[in-house]
Design a protein around this ligand. Sequence first.
Ligand code: SIN
Ligand code: FE2
Length: 214
Amino acid sequence: MNLELFGAQDGARVALGPESVVLRGLALPHVPALLPEIARITAQSPWRQMHTPGGFVMSAALSNCGALGWTSDRRGYRYSAVDPQTGLPWPAMPAVFLALAREVAEAAGFPGFTPDACLINRYGPQARMSLHQDRNERDLCAPVVSVSLGMSAVFLFGGLQRGDKAARIVLDHGDVAVWGGRDRLRFHGVMAPRGPAHPLLGEQRINFTFRKAG
Ligand code: SIN
Ligand code: FE2
């Protein structure tokens, strides 16, 4: 399925599955408040590329905010209250992040979402993320809320089995995607950013994923 055909007007709603949706441009009004917070978070917990348990270096750089942060190393994937690089707690989740996550989840049909973790991924021109499930969270009833900023990229949204065919949909600056309920464990990934550099963010794409991890 090629969902690019469905247009990218702000306010548009593109169903990916029974309990998963892309909402175009929903984060746009929050961008001026989000950008300084990203700078503050990454000053405290700097961008870094992590190792996978299989020994590869992830092409995207990441940071986290919130009570728990997602980390990976040779021993596996897990959530930790402490940034392993600084030895300090991850930066607190800014009020504007929490408000955005709640608004987006509600708009997607998941009221009352209270994330305790926000993984922030930064993709340079060559960075991508291969198909995976988000399954390190203790609470798989809560949805994953994803917010994309900067350059556009093709998001891959597959099925519950790794081999299922994945839909492709372009995520642009300000778009959000949400998957929960029956769709919570759908495989997903993202291709390298494409198109022109972004006027505000340059040659990169930044994605937040809010989760209830603890
Ligand atoms: C993720 O699955 O954690 C990130 C997906 C994205 O960058 O859109
Ligand atoms: Fe993911």
